[in-house]
Every structure is written in structure tokens, then in C-alpha cells.
Design a protein around this ligand. Structure first.
Ligand code: LLP
Length: 430
């Protein structure tokens, strides 16, 4: 077995066997079946602590991007560490509240907030709306007035910088749907400033995800700073600067700057403004804290390719299919089987259904594999395609393994579907 990978935090290989904290992957798979999402509590706690330490003494709020992993046990854990939350829907807000999170530490991002979602957020008393258009600002104003509330707002600046990441997860270019340019932002702040029910409290941006360089962050921070100074000179004082999320993780061999390096260079730019710093990290907190365990069902030797058909598929983990994302796949136990190169594929009826291509593995049918780096955008992007129940999720802490989401049952899949009486009620004539 070739276990020369850098193992992510919370996972280790001992005498050839994969462990999540003090629990072996094999025992987890035996106990809870596969496919199975497994997270290390310590890895999440450590990653959050790394962000906290990165800020040093600076006043700040870390708002975990709920979309990366929205399991309420994970949200509860982060809330207990003092985390705030970046949400993009009423559903995510409801999850944060269900987990015991503090609405006063929630920022609400997204280009399409519905009236019902805005109402929910205003009633819950969120920290701030990250506003992305003039229409949204007008809608928030109308609803705030109806509810007799003041809505705290931030305008999301689109700084038009190239985040140098996959085009689907790049958000800070002017051709992307996100944010508004500086001129529009100025006008929106003016509108908010003049409104008795809108309160400009901050400014935000988010330029993309899985960023591996500091420069795009710094570029965007400079744009934020210019606008803050500009607004100040026109009498609009903001309290916070939210630089968004986006710091990448190592999936394979990426060299990613640390939170400390990033925040130190951000502070170099912003400290003289004396404003609270906010950040919306998702992947960098949970990405490497999770793995997807999956069993090899069939080894299929093709003419030009060998396939390992496993019991997890694109419905469980979409990133490889959607972004051609590369995630490490390893055997979870020592094996004496000769290694071969396989495409690791799922049972879903799509050619795009793969978890990894051209992977060297020493496996036989029934063996267990782990797909690493599966803590972010993994379970949250899963679906029931091909009527596959979604996997269970386990949170490991030391020697304890807690079920934080039960495996879906197949009956759950049509529980909300209806059988209208009129179908099949007429006799066939033919
Ligand atoms: N803030 C906003 C406004 C965002 O849109 C996002 C992510 C984040 C924060 C958190 O970014 P992070 O720190 O996790 O990079 N499904 C894709 C990633 C989509 C990211 C969307 N927005 C993937 O699997 O790579």
C-alpha cells in the first residue's frame, strides 16, 4: 500500500490501517455500513482555533459558511467555539437556530433572498444582510418598514479580481453574478444611509473558493478599503469589513497559505481603519476534517481501463463529477493485493459518475476505501439521484463515534410524493 500521503488532520494511518482519531475506519464501516461520512471533531476544533489565533488580538468574527457542511451537530460544535455563520438561505438560518447558534452572529449572503427569508432573518435578529443588488436593498427596506425593524446591511462589492480558481467557483469577476461594482455600491450606501429603516454597518466581498494564493485576497481588500475611506469622507461610517471565505485546502499537493499568513497580510492593509474584521470560511474549517468511506463492490477489468465500482457515487460526492475535482482515495487497511490503476466509479448510470480516475490501488472486492477531503461541499451537495438514500454521517471524538445523521431509508425518498386517486381509476378500454 502506498500511504505516503500527507494525512489530513484528525486522520492517521497506523500499521497500514486508517483511523479517524482513535477509531479505525474499518470498525466504523462495519458498525454503520457504507457509504459513510466520517468527521473528526478535533480536526474541526483545531481548524477553528487556527483561524481564531490568526487574528491575534484583533477584533473579529469568524462566520462559518454553512453551505460547506450544514449538519446541525457540526453547527452546534462551531457555535460552542464562538463561531458566527454565513448563510445563503432561510433553510440555513433555520439550521443555525436549530443548532443553538446565535442569530446575532449571522450574516446573510446570496443574490436571491426571498421576502419570506428576509422576514425570517429580520425577526431572528441577524447581524447583517450582505446585499447584492438595488432590488434586494429595496425589498429589505420594504419588509423592515412593515415589521417596524431596522435592517443592518453591508453591500457586497464585486472587486473584479481574478481569484485564479475553477470558473464555477470564481465569484469576484465583473462577469459573475455576485456583488455590485464600487459605483453602484456607493449609491446603495447612500440610499441606505438616508433610509430610517436601513443601517449600513459593514462592507463585504467574496471572490471565490479554493484559493491558493494571497494576492487576489489582498487585491480585493484594497478595493474594500478604498470604498470604506470614500464612504467615510462622505459621512458614512461602517463598523466591519467582511473579506468573505475562500481559503483553499490541500487536496493533493496544493501549497496553501495558512490562515495566519492570510490574516496577517490582510491586517497589514486594514488595521489603520480600526474596524472589526469578518471572514466567512467554509472549506478551510471542515474540508480536511471529513472522509467518505466506501466499499468496493465490483472489480471490472475493461479492455483499456480497469474499474473499481464502489458503493458511493456522484449522488454522494459530486465534486469530482462537477468540477473534475481531485480527492485522494486510499485503502483503509493493509493489503497484499497487487496494485493496479483503476477508475473508481459509482453505480449511478452516468459516465460522469466517478470519484477518482487513474488511481493506483491494491484492492479486491469487499475492500474498504476512503475518499479524503470530504468534509466540505460533500454531504451538503449530495442528492437522491438514482433513488439512492443519502449516507449516514458520523462525528468521531477520541474513541467515541456519534451518529449525527442517520442513513436515509429508501421509503423516505417518496414519503412526500402523492398517488392521485384519478390515476388508474378509469377502466382500460383496450
Ligand atoms: N462566503 C460566500 C458568500 C460564499 O459564496 C462562499 C462559498 C463562502 C463564503 C465560503 O467559501 P469557502 O471558504 O468554503 O471557500 N461547491 C464548491 C464550492 C462552492 C463555494 C461557494 N461559495 C466546491 O465543492 O468546491
Amino acid at each position: 500500500m502506498s500511504h505516503d500521503h500527507n494525512m489530513p488532520d484528525g486522520f492517521s494511518v497506523r500499521e497500514g490501517s486508517l483511523f479517524c482519531e482513535a477509531v479505525s475506519a474499518d470498525s466504523l464501516a462495519q458498525r454503520f455500513a457504507t457509504p459513510l461520512y466520517v468527521y473528526s471533531q478535533t480536526a474541526i476544533t483545531d481548524a477553528f482555533a487556527e483561524w481564531t489565533e490568526a487574528f491575534g488580538g484583533a477584533e473579529h468574527l469568524i462566520c462559518f459558511a454553512v453551505k460547506a457542511n450544514s449538519n446541525i451537530a457540526i453547527l452546534k460544535l462551531l457555535a460552542s467555539l464562538g463561531s458566527g455563520f454565513d448563510i445563503v438561505s432561510g433553510g440555513e438560518l433555520r439550521r443555525v437556530l436549530a443548532a443553538g447558534g446565535d442569530a446575532g452572529k449571522v450574516v446573510f449572503s446570496g443574490v436571491g433572498k426571498s421576502a419570506a427569508e428576509i422576514e425570517l432573518a429580520l425577526t431572528a435578529g441577524i447581524r447583517c444582510f450582505n446585499v447584492e443588488s438595488a432590488s434586494e436593498l429595496a425589498l429589505i427596506e420594504r419588509i423592515a418598514r412593515n415589521l417596524n425593524k431596522v435592517a443592518p446591511i453591508s453591500i457586497r462589492l464585486n472587486p473584479d479580481v481574478d481569484a485564479k480558481t475553477h470558473p464555477y467557483i470564481s465569484t469576484g469577476l465583473k462577469e459573475n453574478k455576485f456583488g455590485v461594482d464600487a459605483e453602484v455600491a456607493r449609491a446603495l450606501y447612500r440610499t441606505a444611509h438616508e433610509s430610517d429603516v436601513l443601517l449600513p454597518v459593514g462592507i463585504d466581498c467574496h471572490i471565490g473558493s479554493q484559493l491558493t494564493e494571497i494576492e487576489p485576497f489582498i487585491d480585493s481588500v484594497k478595493h474594500l478599503k478604498n470604498l470604506v475611506l470614500d464612504l467615510r469622507s462622505s459621512g458614512i461610517e461602517l463598523q466591519h469589513i467582511d473579506i468573505g471565505g475562500g481559503l483553499g485546502i490541500r487536496y493533493r499537493d496544493e501549497e496553501v497559505p495558512s490562515a495566519k499568513v492570510l490574516i496577517t497580510s490582510v491586517r497589514d492593509q486594514l488595521d489603520d481603519l480600526s474596524m472589526e474584521l469578518m471572514i466567512e470560511p467554509g472549506r478551510s474549517i471542515v474540508g480536511n476534517a471529513g472522509a467518505l468511506l466506501t466499499r468496493v463492490m465490483v472489480i471490472k477489468e475493461g479492455e483499456t481501463k480497469d474499474f473499481a465500482v464502489v458503493d458511493a457515487a456522484m449522488n454522494d460526492l459530486l465534486r469530482p463529477a462537477l468540477y473534475s475535482a481531485w480527492q485522494t482515495i486510499i485503502e483503509t487497511a493493509p493489503s497484499s493485493v497487487q496494485t493496479r490503476v483503476y477508475d473508481v466509479v459509482g453505480p449511478v448510470c452516468e459516465t460522469g459518475d466517478f470519484l477518482g480516475k487513474d488511481r493506483e490501488l491494491g484492492i479486491t472486492e469487499g475492500d474498504l476505501l476512503a475518499v479524503l477531503g470530504a468534509g466540505a461541499y460533500s454531504f451538503t451537495m449530495s442528492s437522491n439521484y438514482n433513488s439512492r438514500p443519502r449516507a449516514a454521517e458520523i462525528l468521531v471524538s477520541g474513541t467515541d463515534a456519534h451518529v449525527i445523521r442517520k442513513r436515509e431509508r429508501v421509503e423516505d425518498l417518496w414519503a412526500d410524493e402523492c398517488l392521485p386517486e384519478h390515476i388508474g381509476s378509469q377502466a382500460h378500454d383496450d
